[in-house]
Design a protein around this ligand. Structure first.
Ligand SMILES: Cc1ncc(COP(=O)(O)O)c(C=O)c1O
Length: 396
């Protein structure tokens, strides 16, 4: 057998995603692209701000002999300085370039963080529902993935977290605004989490790190602000990217920042810098580092996503769906009218509406709608959402 046993297992676990893709492709072939309403992928559909294109052209035209060369594994100094300055202004922090490493997206960031922190058997604990890849990333670095439930509105459940933390817990990984729920954790709940981690670290005699995965930080609505974990817990690390807020997902550009107050921050930064190299990323893409260095304040027009959210929420609620209206990201996570969410997702497929079952995210009994799609897709899908709900009610 050529393929490693573990990869065979992972491919099996990940196969429902592939099946959805295949089913989507099949439906599109039969019914035509415009008659299949695909909400299955979190691929931004709002164009990058015009400043991005202009900056890419300007940077590409620079007469700099080092433009396409290797660079320090932590990334370009000018980019890291720009990021540190931006976060200091926004959150009153004391970051400098040494606390920042540029990465191949938030995914690259998570992998260097976990490579730096996890020993075999260490646990990574995440509130569910969670981004599917966390499981694989923990395993990449010898760790074990564990999850605990959130409350029915997907806010943090401190009691569940307390029960879930044990002597093996090395990392608690949160994601706010959340994929798949869109939920944003309040400052108060983060303070409670910080108190819990302080208590548990002292109880078990080793530091538990709080890692915050925040690629949707800027995609927020209704005046909501995402609190910064650096101001609530010292042993903390943030990873984020420009994938969603500048619609640059394919360009693989993001960064990791370590809290200047982290007791062993220097060692962790050195370990992550080496991890960037030996995981084969080497460094984040050079052109993109130069581009984002000068576009720190830029963001896609979030009012476009808010409008899509509002239309979909209104249409789904009018049809009779139950959902928590999220204030961030571009996902809805409604309750499935059938306890078996996979079965309900199949009913939606029969209406040519493609969504993802919540079970895949550790959130059974729900389904995820990625509304980073054209308005015509939303309008075209609503009748199908309505019919599928009616059919589910007859079955249930
Ligand atoms: C919660 C979460 N974390 C990380 C990532 C990976 O982001 P990137 O494309 O910046 O690597 C995604 C992408 O969808 C995500 O939803």
């Amino acid at each position: 057998m050529a393929v490693a046993k573990k990869m065979l297992q992972f491919m099996e676990v990940g196969s429902w995603i592939r099946k959805m893709f295949e089913e989507g492709a099949r439906l599109k072939q039969i019914h035509g692209l415009e008659n299949v309403f695909d909400f299955s992928l979190g691929n931004p559909n709002v164009p990058p701000p015009p400043a991005v294109k202009n900056k890419i052209l300007e940077v590409a035209g620079r007469d700099d002999p080092g433009l396409h060369g290797y660079m320090p594994n932590a990334g370009l100094l000018e980019t890291r300085e720009a990021i540190a300055a931006t976060w200091n202004t926004e959150f009153g922090l004391a970051l400098n370039a040494q606390h920042v490493i540029t990465t191949c997206g938030a995914a690259g960031g998570l992998n260097i963080i976990l490579k730096a922190l996890l020993d075999p058997g260490d646990e990574l604990l995440a509130p569910a529902p969670y981004f599917v890849e966390y499981r694989f990333y923990a395993d990449n670095h010898g760790g074990t993935f564990k999850s605990v439930p959130t409350r029915p509105d997907f806010t943090l459940d401190l009691e569940a977290l307390e029960a879930g933390i044990g002597p093996q817990t090395k990392v608690v990984l949160i994601n706010s605004p959340n994929n798949p729920t869109g939920q944003i954790y309040s400052e108060e709940s983060l303070r409670e989490l910080a108190d819990l981690l302080t208590r548990k670290s002292s109880h078990f005699g080793r530091t538990i790190y709080l890692v915050s995965d925040e690629p949707y930080r800027k995609l927020v609505y209704d005046g909501t602000r995402v609190p910064c974990i650096f101001t609530v817990y010292p042993d903390s690390i943030i990873t984020t990217s420009y994938s969603k807020d500048l619609s640059l997902a394919g360009e693989r550009i993001g960064f990791v920042a370590v809290n200047p107050a982290a007791a062993e921050g220097g060692g962790i930064i050195n370990a992550m810098t080496l991890a960037n190299r030996i995981l084969g990323f080497v460094n984040a893409p050079g052109l993109m580092q130069r581009v984002v260095a000068e576009l720190q304040g830029a963001c896609v027009d979030v009012s476009i996503y808010r409008r899509k959210r509002d239309r979909l929420v209104q249409g789904l609620q009018a049809a009779g769906y139950e959902l928590t209206v999220p204030a961030g990201a571009f996902y809805l996570f409604p309750r499935s009218p059938l306890a078996d969410d996979v079965r309900f997702v199949r009913l939606l497929q029969e209406e040519n509406v493609l969504v993802v079952p919540g079970s895949g995210f550790g959130g059974p009994g729900h389904f995820r709608i990625a509304y980073c799609v054209d308005d015509v897709t939303i309008e075209g899908a609503l009748p199908g959402f309505g019919r599928a709900l009616e059919r589910a009610r007859k079955i249930a």
